[in-house]
Write a protein that binds this ligand. Structure first.
Ligand SMILES: Cc1ncc(C[n+]2csc(CCOP(=O)(O)OP(=O)(O)O)c2C)c(N)n1
Length: 517
């Protein structure tokens, strides 16, 4: 057995059985070792941003880690933006980055680069395996680190000789687990009091946003009279009928500030304090009123479940406490000319129960998402780190983690171009994903942002950087070229028809929504 074999065995022994991969020569022994284990699910992503975005989506749905396989510093660098999103989402990922054999590193070979420099800027945990005998225990430590604190980025650098040399130990060690920090009972009591005062908000994140913990948070809100809130960008949230009513902060600064007028305190559980995406001339960085108390009860990395349970006890939640929940309200299926509002209406009418909606629809989403709030119960995954190019990989990873669920990917055309290769992975893995591309033929949000920073005039250069035109991207051909059947919808009837067909078919499909200007 060589070091690479020992790592694969350690992965499997610790229930890490999915690797999103983009290998190169320095990872060939690891590839050979993966090949010896057909029970390992190896998913080729064709670009490293696809591997890390998929591992992020996988973690969000599975709540457990997948591996990525990356090729030296250039491959790791390509993976960076979606690792950034994963880090902000609190997703656990084990990156295995191949490096040159130790003796080769003294030479200035073409692919040699600063792997550790990249890793230290994005990973919570980094280790370079020193020899073949250390690889298995390093792998177990990486898995442990990736699972710690509700999900972290762990990067194991594997010099090629540590992979190809024989090992003398044959064990595949188990990753340990670490307990999570909990707030004190005193902090719980103080929060219980604070939530009962007028103007109190409870802002929840991480695992509190979906499933049974979301319902518990809804009951805490009912028992205290506080307002239940979520931040703008969240990794995963339950939406639609039956979910506890929640107010989500919007993107734009002014409306975000308006949403918090009169708020006396914000108690945070599993979330950071809200902050504006960007600074703008004469606008504040934080949206709450100046006298609003920010109480960090439980960080995302702390024990969110324990904290919510303790808080529910402290505020007197009982089995009889009724939360305010969203009522099912399905609109009629629209017809006629294309508008984004009608797309929202059609989605609201047709989103199947338990679907996963992966959202990076940027400006189109502002018009669509408010309309799907009362649809059948579903979950939404969104960009968390603001780095576009997440949607298609994230949908890919989510579909692999939850193959029994329908996935709908809502993406802007600009965002989709960043990680287009994921379409091919969806086709190859026959993933049940309906991709909807909002083809507004531009970086619309940047047009808005230019106005936000006070520039009134859009000249030739600004236009050249915002318009994705000349040539026009042909999404039907792009999808077909990646092995996915596709339809162009220029009116709402063809959109509805394509959506119904896409949701009825078990494999991937794509709809290009030609957005009205
Ligand atoms: C990695 C990265 N590069 C650049 C940006 C800046 N950016 C934000 S949104 C956007 C364009 C989004 O275009 P599209 O997906 O078509 O949505 P639209 O704004 O047209 O609705 C860009 C370039 C970013 N957020 N992340």
């Amino acid at each position: 057995m060589n070091g690479a074999d020992s790592l694969v065995k350690t992965f499997l022994n610790n229930s890490v059985d999915t690797v999103f991969a983009n290998p190169g020569t320095s990872e060939m022994h690891f590839v050979a070792a993966l090949d010896d284990h057909p029970e390992m699910n190896c998913v080729l992503c064709l670009f490293e941003g696809g591997t890390t975005g998929a591992a992020d989506g996988y973690y969000r749905m599975k709540r457990d880690v997948a591996g990525t396989l990356l090729h030296l510093a250039p491959g790791f660098g390509n993976a960076f933006a979606n690792l950034h999103n994963a880090r902000k989402a609190g997703s656990g990922i084990v990156n295995v980055v191949g490096d040159h054999a130790t003796q080769h590193l003294r030479y200035e070979s073409p692919l040699k680069g600063d792997i550790l420099g990249i890793s230290h800027s994005i990973s919570h945990w980094t280790r370079v395996s020193g020899d073949a005998d250390s690889v298995a225990s390093d792998g177990a430590a990486a898995i442990q680190a990736a699972r710690a604190e509700n999900g972290q980025i762990a990067t194991l650098v594997l010099p090629a000789d540590t992979a190809w040399n024989d090992v003398t130990r044959t064990q595949a060690p188990l990753a340990g687990s670490q307990s999570l920090h909990r707030p004190s009972q005193q902090d719980i009591e103080a929060a219980a009091q604070r939530l009962k005062t007028p103007g109190a908000a409870l802002l929840i994140g991480d695992a509190a946003l979906f499933g049974s913990l979301r319902a518990l948070a809804g009951k805490i809100a009912a028992a205290t009279g506080c307002r239940l809130m979520a931040d703008t960008l969240i990794p995963r949230i339950s939406k639609g009928a039956g979910t506890a009513k929640i107010d989500q902060l919007v993107y734009a600064v002014e409306p975000k500030i308006n949403q918090l007028i009169g708020t006396s305190s914000i108690t945070l559980i599993g979330a950071d304090r809200p902050v504006a995406f960007f600074a703008y001339p004469d606008k504040p960085s934080v949206p709450e009123p100046a006298d609003c108390v920010i109480a960090d009860l439980c960080a995302r990395t702390d024990d969110v479940e324990w904290t919510l349970t303790a808080l529910a006890d402290a505020v007197g939640v009982t089995s009889k406490t009724q939360m305010t929940s969203v009522q099912l309200d399905l609109p009629d299926i629209p017809s006629g000319s294309m508008t984004l509002e009608k797309v929202g209406q059609a989605l609201a009418a047709l989103i199947p129960e338990n679907a996963i909606v992966c959202n990076e629809s940027v400006t189109s989403g502002h018009k669509i998402l408010p309309l799907i709030g009362k649809a059948r119960p579903h979950e939404m995954l969104a960009g968390t780190g603001g780095a576009i190019g997440l949607c298609l990989p994230c949908a890919t990873g989510a579909a692999i983690a939850a193959p029994e669920r329908k996935v709908i990917a809502l993406t802007g055309d600009g965002s989709a171009m960043y990680t287009l290769q994921s379409l091919w992975t969806m086709a190859r893995e026959n993933l049940d994903i309906t991709v909807i591309v909002f083809a507004n033929r531009g970086y619309q949000i940047l047009r808005n942002e230019l106005t936000n920073v006070g520039v009134g005039q859009v000249g030739k250069n600004a236009q050249a950087m915002f318009d994705v035109e000349n040539p026009t991207l042909d999404w039907v051909s792009l999808a077909k070229g990646h092995g996915i059947p596709a339809t162009r919808a220029e009116d709402i009837d063809s959109f509805v028809k394509a959506l119904i067909a896409g949701l009825a078919e078990p494999g991937p499909s794509l709809i290009e929504v030609v957005c009205p200007v």
